[in-house]
Design a protein around this ligand. Structure first.
Ligand SMILES: *Cc1c(COP(=O)(O)O)cnc(C)c1O
Length: 484
């Protein structure tokens, strides 16, 4: 926590002799959502003024010239700067979003804000000095669009990171999956097998290509595609399989690849959530014909929006490059022999990506540690919840730490737990709704494991910036709520 500086406190402070108008000015200047009323003589704290207090006062007939001290307002809460951090945090809530902290002379020395101190997001970007430096370099050098040195560097660095021969940067992960299917020649009349338990984009891209997604259930341990059910989904029209490395955990690639090769099917890995995950000791993204990664803001590393397609096949790589750039012939400008798209990544985004890749090992290491701490400290609740299991052949990238409530052992539903945590400022998110139950795909079939995990699973805060105290708060809150 960085303390508010004296100037800022000064800026939002008005005395008990000030007018409502002075309060409006102070609120506007500070842009913190509050102003402070202090004693004109000894500068001690007298109360907090919010926009809402002023609005209510004006509606009651007060004017901007009236004294601020006469505004009707609730008793202001405050705490001592010497209070324990946990006790300060406890007093913050969606209703008390700002808490002045006073010294022994009752002067305001800091303000604790709910949004900064209490709210723990599920997954937020972790950006540092290098990101700022490289993005600044793009601006200073005027290279902000999709040409520029960072795009090429990002592609080379990423190829090295996952041991692929080629990496092609694209505008987002969905665009990458779409191009992968097109580059493999998948189109109308074809079927592509995807797991039901994934983000909607995995199936949407099949539709974009004019083909039909066919859904397969997951296994109960890793929640990834169940290869034992694959054969029953293969028809004469099947052309490809898209295994998804869900929440960072690799799909069981070896049997999937075996089945694919027996039936002459392509394999596209959806590794949008799994940068740095390993299957049998080798990074994901290089097992299938093509691998696709996402750099959306909540993913393991981010470029704001962005994606990368990996492959060891140079002919697929050159098709991908052509398709992402309007299908332009590489040997002749403005000559188009195929229908292409504008799916390019910008130099600005790639600059972020290069900086993020420099830190990815540290991010992955900490995420691995977060996973371990959650597992250890939630183990006492094993009668009430389980986790996504890490298979012996897998090294998960631990994108989101996700728990599964045992419905028979809890009086609370998953959604009730999400709401209870939210009221304490802890953001969680439900597992995806399976694709076969989505209004746009609803097939009427039953895929029990995907449905079960979807109904009872939730992801806990898992950002690279999460600290030990925050993990303890999350664990403490879940333990208290489930044992209540
Ligand atoms: C995020 C995600 C995508 C899409 O990536 P975008 O960059 O957001 O387009 C695709 N598949 C899965 C499994 C994802 O989690």
């Amino acid at each position: 926590m960085i303390r508010l500086d004296k100037e800022t406190i000064q800026l939002i402070s008005i005395t008990n002799e000030a007018t409502v108008k002075d309060a409006v000015i102070a609120l506007d200047k500070g842009a913190l959502g509050i102003a402070l009323i202090i004693d004109a003589v000894d500068r001690s704290f007298m109360g907090v003024i919010t926009d809402g207090d002023i609005r209510r006062g004006l509606l009651k007939g007060m004017t901007l010239e009236d004294r601020v001290i006469d505004l009707p307002r609730p008793d202001s809460k405050y705490a001592s700067i010497d209070d324990l951090p946990e006790s300060i945090t406890k007093q913050l809530s969606p209703k008390v979003r700002a808490l002045p902290l006073l010294d022994k002379d009752r002067r305001v020395v800091d303000i604790a804000f709910y949004d900064k101190r209490v709210r723990i997001p599920v997954s937020e970007p972790s950006l540092g000095d290098k990101e700022l430096e490289y993005v600044t370099d793009c601006i200073l050098s005027n290279w902000v669009s999709s040409a520029g040195k960072y795009v090429e560097k990002f592609e080379l660095d990423f190829a090295e990171f996952c041991g692929s021969q080629h990496a092609i940067a694209v505008s987002n992960g969905t665009a990458g999956l779409h191009l992968a299917l097109l580059a493999l020649g998948i189109g109308p009349g074809d079927e592509v097998i995807v797991p039901a338990l994934t983000f909607i984009a995995t199936a949407n891209v099949v539709r974009y290509a004019g083909a039909t997604p066919v859904f397969v259930d997951s296994t109960i341990d890793t929640w990834t595609m169940d290869y034992e059910q694959l054969e029953s989904k293969i028809s004469p029209r099947t052309r490809a399989i898209i295994p998804v490395h869900l929440y960072g955990h690799p799909a069981n690639m070896e049997p999937i690849l075996d089945i694919a090769s027996q039936h002459g099917l392509f394999v596209v890995e959806d590794a949008a959530e799994a940068h740095g995950a390993e299957y049998q000791g080798k990074p994901v993204g290089t097992f299938g014909d093509v691998g696709c990664f996402s750099f959306y803001g909540n993913k393991i590393i981010t470029t704001g929006e962005g994606g990368m397609v990996t492959t060891n096949d140079s002919s697929i790589a050159s098709t991908l490059k052509r398709l992402r750039d309007h299908g332009m012939d590489p040997g002749r400008r403005y000559w188009h022999t195929v229908l292409g798209y504008n799916y390019r990544l910008t130099n600005l985004q790639a600059a972020l990506g290069v900086a993020q890749l420099e830190r990815v090992e540290g991010i992955l290491q900490w995420k691995n540690e977060v996973d371990r701490i959650y597992r250890d400290s939630l183990s006492e609740l094993s009668n009430k919840l389980t986790f996504q299991r890490e298979a012996p052949w897998a090294k998960s990238a631990h994108w989101l730490f996700t728990i599964l409530l045992k419905p028979e052992a809890n009086s609370l539903s998953r959604d009730e737990l999400i709401a209870a945590l939210e009221s304490q400022g802890i953001e969680t998110r439900p597992v995806f709704v399976p694709l076969h139950q989505q209004p746009i795909y609803s097939t009427g079939e039953r895929l029990p494991i995907a449905e079960f995990v979807s109904e009872n699973g939730l992801s806990l805060p898992s950002s690279a910036s999460l600290n030990h105290d925050e993990i303890s708060r999350v664990v403490g809150a879940i333990t208290a709520i489930l044992n209540d």
